[in-house]
Design a protein around this ligand. Structure first.
Ligand SMILES: [Zn+2]
Length: 328
């Protein structure tokens, strides 16, 4: 018997086994923790040095670089590798979200449990899409689980981004993108590396994340803003990647000729906000992809979490699935 509930994370329990997935606080009752990827709202378990934690090597390395903290008691899992934990079989698979991101399969007896973590069901320049897994219990993130969140074709968005950057430079201004240091930063670095000769200048937080990807065999080309990138920005012929912790006004105070774009699926709902442009490019699955993904996993029970979990769960119920929002 395997039970699933929300307890400051997804708590999975069966006889003699308890594991919390992506906890947001310390969960004393769990023997083990799983960290799906290196975004800071998923990595709290790394701060619990006593607990045994499972993650990919890439996720732990990104966390250490971006948070500037050491990890302890981490069992590294490679995609596709099976491990035994008590009576459980544990396997992580690529979730397509960001570098090193993993979805988790647990099986006990004849029950298979699948936790997607944050995931993308479309290929990008840096990540392959997640593959659906047939399972009995599916826990799926539903960040964009509302019918109006249907993303445009990714190649078209890449095209728009490159055109906007080229046109901005042509007008004597500097195209700057607000991105997550882990994820979109690597995707945009690769986009400009592959299809343009425009140098990419990265804020130090992006530099650290790009450096980890290259340490694992990546070939991202970029210049750190705190180093050689400073002179390149002065020349005006470059694109700059800044973290989303900054904003348009802060960037323009330092670089008056900056034009600032956000790069997020939320642009569909909120437009460009205070920036000069928005590009609808996401590291998550959109509404239609979420629906297809659930159908292909053929689960007996679905738990939805994050974003529009209730709306999406209700849609699944109308389609005949047994579905419940996990956090309610
Ligand atoms: Zn994420």
């Amino acid at each position: 018997m395997l039970s699933v509930k929300w307890q400051n994370g997804v708590l999975v329990e069966s006889e003699g086994f308890s594991m919390v997935l992506d906890p947001i606080k310390r969960v004393e009752s769990a023997d083990f923790a799983f960290i799906s990827h290196a975004h800071m709202d998923h990595t709290h378990a790394f701060t619990d040095s006593s607990k045994i934690k499972y993650s990919t090597k890439e996720t732990a390395a990104l966390y250490e670089a971006v948070a500037d903290r050491k990890t302890k008691n981490v069992v590294s899992c490679a995609y596709g590798q099976s491990l035994s934990v008590h009576d459980m079989r544990l396997k992580v698979v690529n979730s397509g979200h960001v570098f090193g991101s993993a979805a988790l399969l647990l099986s006990s007896g004849d029950v298979t449990f699948f936790y997607t973590g944050d995931f993308n069901f479309a290929d990008s320049l840096t990540q392959n899409a997640i593959c659906p897994e047939e399972c009995d219990i599916l826990v799926i993130e539903t960040t964009y689980g509302r019918p109006d969140f249907v993303f445009p074709n990714r190649e078209d968005v890449y095209d728009q981004i490159v055109q906007w950057a080229a046109s901005t430079i042509m007008h004597g201004e500097t195209p700057c993108f607000l991105v997550y240091p882990v994820g979109k930063a690597q995707e945009l670095t690769r986009l400009f590396n592959l299809f343009t000769p425009i140098p990419v200048v990265t804020h130090p937080s992006v530099t650290r994340a790009n450096g980890i990807v290259n340490a694992f065999g990546g070939d991202l080309a970029y210049y750190d803003l705190a180093d050689a990138g400073e002179d390149i920005v002065k020349s005006g012929n470059c694109v700059c990647l800044f973290p989303t912790s900054l904003n348009s006004r802060a960037i323009k105070m330092v670089y008056p000729r900056a034009r600032v774009a956000t790069v997020t699926g939320w642009g569909l709902a909120f437009g460009k906000r205070n920036a000069d442009a928005n590009f609808v490019l996401s590291s998550h699955a959109d509404y239609l992809q979420l629906l297809t993904f659930v159908k292909e996993c053929r689960p007996k029970k679905v738990y939805t979490m994050h974003g529009y979990s209730e709306i999406f769960s209700n849609k699944l119920k109308r389609m005949g699935f047994d579905s419940t929002p996990l956090e309610l």
